[in-house]
Design a binder for this molecule. Structure first.
Ligand code: FAD
Ligand code: UDP
Length: 378
């Protein structure tokens, strides 16, 4: 008999939700986390009464009623709706691409006018692809051009995407841009999902609820004591980078990382919105987050006299930095296939989450994934 049924490496949403379910099944878990706090990338630090999203802005959204019910059973969510603004060379545009954006871009006022303008904008690219006999767009640039046309691609997509990914749009996979809705209504809600919000009191409440009654150790890196951690548990749940788990035997996977430049401002409202994207290539950061707007609305905003902003600079990942975004290009996908093969042979370990699956997961699909593991497999 070992001390624990599971040692869970990483206290992000995958690890914490798994621990919650395993506890419900009567299993004994130990969560180890190499950072000095729990929560993975959803961790927030309360500064002057404002929950600062330390690892980037996180907005929960899902169409899955079960997932929404589950998270709300742990902590109640507020009514935050994400409506980012894009700033291109000082001019503001609404996102996602909707009739407000089209009015701001071209002065068109009706769906009919907007559709006809977009059709005209897309024509050149569609003609080019047709001539080459290409049925499916091969990369993000082609996808964006046939989705929304040249003006929006050049103003709102190209600079932002190239800053975020450090690669040309023509070298990135098409699916990245498919995430963004295109709407023929005046609707600035960034997501199409039915349910959306931020936990009241911040994401730490969600993590605390999931990990309630579960033994957790922070500042504990699995690889610094791998044999010991493995020896005390029947099974491992691993949510860290998959290449590190296999000692980089097939090579290193690439990531993008983000540098957050945080500033406290002595005014109650800096930019009037939680998220402002800077889509021009010449501005070095991709966006400015004003954390207050996730949890304070209307007249509540003025009650705290200061505000906290983070400028996000996207960089290529190097050892020692936080790996944020997996890069789903051909080279990394092929490398990941090799690690996937190795992971399937390791039947004592469950690999899950953004880093262990090397997948661009949002929060809700991570939770859904854990909730749908059959009981008998936990
Ligand atoms: P993580 O949260 O990364 O947790 C993994 C944990 O494992 C970390 O705490 C890490 O320290 C720990 N760990 C790693 N290696 C070891 C080790 N060797 N020993 C011990 N511990 C280890 N999703 C949304 O739905 N909406 C959003 O608005 C949104 N915004 C995002 C913005 C940014 C900048 C990023 C990067 C992601 C965003 N996401 C968003 C995605 C969301 O963060 C993830 O889906 C989710 O947090 C992934 O959870 P996870 O448990 O897989 O990984
Ligand atoms: N994007 C863009 N302009 C914007 C916002 C997003 O071109 O103002 C592109 C960019 O390529 C990004 C993708 O759309 O990677 C998906 O955006 P989302 O906001 O979903 O990305 P996240 O920051 O959540 O990963």
């Amino acid at each position: 008999m070992k001390l624990y049924d599971y040692i869970i490496v990483g206290s992000g949403l995958f690890g914490a939700t798994f621990a919650f379910r395993a506890k419900q099944r009567g299993k004994k878990c130990l969560v180890i986390e190499k950072r000095p706090h729990l929560g993975g990338n959803v961790y927030c630090e309360n500064i002057q009464g404002i929950n600062v999203h330390k690892y980037g802005a996180h907005i929960f959204h899902t169409n899955n009623k079960e997932v929404w019910k589950f998270v709300n059973s742990i902590v109640e969510f507020n009514r935050y709706t994400n409506s980012p603004i894009a700033n291109y060379q000082g001019k503001l545009y609404n996102l996602p691409f909707n009739l407000n954006t089209f009015y701001q871009m071209w002065g068109v006022k009706t769906p009919e006018e907007a559709i006809s303008k977009i059709e005209e904008q897309k024509k050149e690219e569609l003609y080019k692809l047709e001539k080459l006999g290409i049925k499916e767009p091969r990369n993000l640039e082609e996808q964006a051009l046939i989705l929304i046309g040249k003006d929006i691609f050049e103003t709102l997509i190209k600079g932002y995407t190239e800053k975020q990914w450090g690669r040309k749009c023509s070298e990135l996979p098409a699916f990245i841009i498919k995430r963004l809705p295109v709407r023929m209504v005046f609707d600035n809600n960034y997501f199409n999902d039915k349910f959306q919000g931020i936990p009241i009191g911040g994401y730490n409440k969600l993590i605390e609820g999931l990990l309630d009654g579960i033994e957790c150790i922070t500042n504990a890196n699995f690889f610094e004591n791998r044999n010991y951690w493995t020896s005390i548990a029947e099974k491992i749940v691993y949510t860290g980078p998959i290449d590190e788990y296999f000692d980089y035997c097939c090579g290193k996977l690439d990531y993008r990382t983000i540098y957050f430049e945080e500033e406290i401002k002595d005014i109650s409202n800096f930019q009037g919105n939680a998220v402002v994207n800077y889509t021009d290539r010449s501005i070095p950061y991709t966006r400015i987050i004003e954390h207050k707007h996730f949890e304070y609305f209307g007249s509540e905003i003025e009650k705290i006299p200061s505000t906290i902003i983070s400028k996000e600079y996207s960089l290529e990942w190097e050892a020692g930095m936080e790996p944020y975004y997996p890069i789903n290009d051909i080279k990394n996908s092929q490398l990941m296939d090799k690690y996937k093969e190795l992971s399937l042979k390791d039947t004592n370990t469950i690999f899950g989450g953004r880093l262990a699956e090397y997948k661009y997961y949002d929060m809700a699909p991570i939770i859904e994934k854990v909730l749908t593991i059959p009981n008998e497999l936990i």
